[in-house]
Write a protein that binds this ligand. Structure first.
Ligand code: PGA
Length: 255
């Protein structure tokens, strides 16, 4: 495995937190702390905070992402946001298929695939989330499951488009629970995801895909997780709401 073939990416997922004014304040606090980082730094904020985030991040190394995107271009889809609307604002990234969307809002592998294609066709970078429930881990089907989630999410995605895909492995039992996968568990599943990508696109392409770990990654455990050969970054929930903690994780990815 050759980590130098791919970008390390640390992305914050603010979930349903922060008003526009709070967004500006937190990004202003983060900017000097993450300046000069040797990894990509992304903050995925609520839709209504995107404009404030983009303004606040101007001139810094922080890129802005959304937390979801609809697959249709426009029309009668009350409450939804299209990929073109996001790019028009200057948004560069979008999280797709987060387990909270899958669990609470009926997101399926098929809609994750549709959203991924819509995001890529609009020029966004898609952070596609996969991961198992605890029962599935106990049943011993984690690797098979994430491989299938990954392959379905990427149906119809060309090798060229894959350059703008990041996969985030997020075991559902580790999200927001304080229970982190061990670095070896994270690495093992990330390697299985890379193998699934290699099945479809070949090993050379698979070796260039950034695969993050997410699920209670924090200032204390980031360094160990990120030291693993197949862990190319992190998708950070809780710790991305604290400037200091987030910057420690960014620094760990820059080593
Ligand atoms: P957490 O969230 O870091 O708070 O566990 C991660 C995520 O849901 O992306």
């Amino acid at each position: 495995m050759n980590k130098t073939l791919r970008n390390a990416v640390i992305a914050g997922n603010w979930k349903m937190n922060k008003t526009p004014a709070e967004t500006t304040a937190l990004i202003n606090e983060m900017k000097p702390l993450v300046a000069g980082a040797d990894c990509d730094v992304v903050l995925c904020v609520p839709f209504v905070d995107l404009q404030a985030a983009i303004e606040a991040a101007k001139g810094s190394n922080i890129k802005i992402g959304a937390q979801n995107v609809h697959f249709e271009k426009s029309g009668a889809f009350t409450g939804e946001i299209s990929a073109d609307m996001l790019t028009a604002l200057g948004v560069e990234y979008v999280i797709i298929g987060h387990s909270e969307r899958r669990t609470y809002f009926g997101e399926t592998d098929v809609t994750v695939n549709k959203r991924t294609l819509a995001a890529l066709n609009a020029g966004l970078t898609a952070i596609v989330c996969v991961g198992e429930y605890l029962e599935q881990r106990e049943q011993g089907i984690t690797a098979e499951l994430v491989a299938m989630q990954t392959k379905i999410a990427l149906q119809g995605v060309s090798a060229e488009q894959l350059k703008k895909v990041i996969i985030a492995y997020e075991p559902v039992w580790a999200i927001g629970t304080g229970k982190t996968a061990t670095a070896d568990q994270a690495n093992e599943v990330n390697a299985a995801i890379r193998e699934a990508i290699a099945d479809v696109y070949g090993k050379d392409v698979a070796d260039t895909v950034t695969i993050q770990y997410g699920g209670s990654m924090n200032a204390a455990n980031a360094e160990e997780l990120l030291s693993k050969p197949d862990v190319d970054g992190g998708l950070i929930g809780g710790a991305s709401l604290k400037a200091q903690d987030f910057s420690v994780i960014v620094k760990a990815a820059s080593k």
